[in-house]
Unconditional design. Structure first.
Length: 323
């Protein structure tokens, strides 16, 4: 951000691994005792397989990118402080953390020489904020001044959506040994193939694999949810958000255009907007298109928690429109 005071990193981590870095290396996984803070709330972990989809969502809400090494305990206070600040903003901005050791191509693309590095991402455009560990004053400046300014810049650019909430980050401490986080990460054996395909970015393959799980157990709610997410990403993860929204605005009577922009809303965490867009489309005199809308909404309905109040209202309205 050009008009922000320059940061003067207290420690440069650029270059080869040194003895000091080795001395600060921890073996615990994020969320485990002694490990880095776990993702959760409005904090996500991004990999090379999910990077493009994450960039696409920055056209819906602003993102703070933290390139780090989650086994270096020197970075934990910074990661924790940024997560707390972002979570306190209730979806105005998302924190996306990227392990540069596991995802070197992202670091290379952003011309990052070492960790930590911090970027703002708005509409797919990265803006460098910081290279190296900040001082306490610099970290305070980031939390109190820079983050609100990123949100304001995003709003000026028409990026006004809300980031999706991905669960309570405090759940990481369920048990002194981090057993709660470990249990949450366990993938059922019958889901392994589908899960691995999704992790590799093969969303169509993952959807098909989850479909086979559902053939064996139609009541597997987790498989239904993950299949719906995989179908969504297979269709629209690489879509150009601006083009999709422009096409929908130019063709308000085209059901495919409205379905496409509803996908963008769902990927961006704007669940209510996606529901309303399709339901309003039918209500506006497009009952002939009720079947593709119904099918898409049934996919969407599998994604939020069953207790989500938006589901009940949307289901009731869909039933009313069908009869």
């Amino acid at each position: 951000m050009a008009d922000q005071p320059k940061f003067n990193p207290g420690v440069s981590l650029a270059g080869a691994v040194d003895l000091e870095a080795l001395a600060h290396q921890v073996k615990a996984e994020p969320g485990q005792a002694g490990g880095a803070p776990a993702a959760g709330g409005y904090v996500i972990d991004t990999t090379e397989n999910t990077f493009q989809a994450m960039v696409q969502t920055s056209a819906t809400f602003p993102i703070l990118l933290l390139l780090w090494i989650p086994t270096d305990d020197r970075l934990f206070p910074m990661a924790r402080a940024l997560a707390d600040a972002v979570n306190a903003m209730n979806g105005q901005i998302q924190l996306s953390r990227i392990d540069i050791n596991e995802n070197p191509s992202i670091a290379q693309a952003l011309q990052v020489q070492g960790a930590p590095a911090l970027f703002a991402l708005i509409g797919g455009r990265p803006m460098p904020l910081l290279q190296g560990l900040p001082s306490d004053d610099e970290l305070t400046q980031i939390k109190e001044q820079v983050l609100p300014k990123i949100v304001a810049m995003a709003q000026q650019a028409g990026v006004t959506g809300t980031a999706p909430y991905s669960g309570d980050p405090s759940a990481e401490g369920a048990g002194a040994d981090g057993a709660g986080a470990a249990a949450a990460a366990v993938v059922p054996p019958e889901h392994q193939e589908a899960h691995q395909l999704a992790q590799a970015g093969d969303y169509a393959g993952a959807a098909a694999a989850y479909g086979r799980v559902l053939e064996s157990d139609p009541n597997d709610a987790l498989a239904a949810r993950e299949r719906a997410k995989a179908l969504l990403l297979a269709r629209s993860a690489d879509a150009d958000v601006r083009e999709v929204r422009a096409a929908a605005a130019a063709a308000p009577d085209d059901v495919e255009a409205q379905l496409a922009v509803a996908d963008i809303d769902m990927i961006g965490g704007q669940i209510q907007d996606a529901f309303d867009r399709l339901l309003d489309f039918v209500a506006a005199g497009h009952k002939a298109d009720i079947e593709p809308v119904r099918k898409r909404l049934l996919e969407y309905f599998a994604i939020p928690e069953p207790t989500d109040a938006r589901l009940k209202a949307a289901r009731r309205r869909l039933a009313t429109l069908m009869y």
